[in-house]
Design a protein around this ligand. Structure first.
Ligand SMILES: Nc1ncnc2c1ncn2[C@@H]1O[C@H](COP(=O)(O)OP(=O)(O)O)[C@@H](O)[C@H]1O
Ligand SMILES: [Mg+2]
Length: 329
């Protein structure tokens, strides 16, 4: 592919060629041992929240909005960089894009972009501010809803607060085409809630056994416990496009064998020193080095996303969010 050809001294970059086979075999072994499925028990509370009259009144947005959760299971595989660069690439195609930093325990979009927001989502939860007052403009023509960094109570929101965040979107007057949710690492209840409420789930994975097993565990929980059956796989820090596809193939082999899910290959983002340089400069690679291999790959992925089908039903993401909450589990 284009970016592979452009890569400067690509082969000399530090790169761990770990065997996928080991992690794939571990997954197969574990499944055959019949490890009990993960258990989640908050759907009931969320369903009650979503069904209450007060929550229903605000859901009147008529514009279809793509709501995309970016998740991975494992931390440090590139979720935040993926969220930000996909957002900017989508914005460059004329879409109105907003990112919600849902890594409530460890906010980092603002750090990545060198922003210093005064308000964050906790001010919405406390009832002191409207969501529209908290949203900030970021470079690359995108908007951000900052998370509350270091506020320990934000790390585990109650069902009511989770539903409160979702309902707060009813106050948004801005036109919006895409809402990207940058989730936390792990498979805790906030990650599951946001993925369940989103229309699309992008699973970021890289060529390491722990990333593959964590991605599989995430897909399994979201499928078995929440009925999510379509996932978009984005291979990050790939050596080349073939390696990204191979990684996708390995994950597909285990999910095909043990789960009833459909996986779609969104693409491969190369390991890119320019992305690292951009991170150090507190900018997004798509902005700082738009012709770098990773920026080009993000732009290709954004073009694919633009071709995904829109939700069949008219109505905004708010209705979609709530519908998912009501119908799940
Ligand atoms: N495509 C890539 N090429 C090179 N380094 C990357 C790439 N993607 C991510 N990284 C590195 O990994 C680090 C963690 O990425 P980040 O987006 O913060 O991950 P997460 O949000 O999943 O924890 C980045 O700071 C960067 O140094
Ligand atoms: Mg992150």
């Amino acid at each position: 592919m284009q970016w592979a050809d452009n890569m400067l001294s690509y082969d000399s970059l530090p790169y761990h060629s770990l065997s996928f086979q080991k992690s794939v075999q571990e997954i197969i072994h574990q499944e055959q041992e019949r490890v009990p499925p993960f258990f989640y028990d908050q759907a009931e509370g969320l369903r009650r929240m979503a069904q209450s009259d007060s929550n229903r009144g605000e859901l009147n947005q008529n514009r279809p909005v793509r709501v995309i959760a970016v998740s991975s299971g494992k931390g440090g595989v590139g979720k935040t960089n993926v969220s930000v660069n996909l957002a900017m690439s989508l914005a460059a195609t004329g879409q109105k894009v907003m990112i919600m930093d849902a890594d409530l325990g460890l906010a980092n979009i603002d750090v990545l972009l060198g922003l210093h927001p005064k308000l964050n989502i906790s001010h919405v939860l406390s009832g002191d501010y409207d969501l529209s007052e908290v949203i900030i403009d970021a470079p690359g023509n995108i908007k951000i809803i900052p998370a509350a960094s270091g506020v320990s109570s934000m790390a585990s929101l109650s069902d009511a607060e989770n539903a409160g965040i979702i309902n707060a979107f009813g106050e948004l007057q801005n036109e919006l085409d895409v809402l990207i949710i940058d989730t936390a690492a792990g498979i805790d209840k906030s990650v599951v809630s946001f993925c369940r409420a989103s229309q699309e789930v992008i699973v970021v994975v890289c060529d390491e056994p722990s990333s593959i097993t964590d991605a599989y565990a995430l897909i399994k929980v979201l499928n078995k416990e929440q009925g999510i059956n379509r996932f978009r796989i984005l291979a990050n820090m790939a050596h080349d496009m073939k390696e990204g596809r191979d990684l996708f193939g390995k994950i597909l082999r285990v999910t095909d064998r043990f789960l009833d899910v459909s996986l779609d290959f969104l693409g491969a983002i190369p390991f890119d020193i320019y992305l690292r340089k951009a991170v150090k400069k507190q900018t997004a690679v798509s902005q700082a080095y738009p012709r770098s291999p990773s920026a080009q790959a993000f732009s290709m992925a954004a073009q694919k996303i633009n071709k995904w089908p829109m939700p069949k039903r008219p109505g905004g993401h708010l209705e979609f969010f709530v519908e998912r909450l009501i119908n799940s589990n």
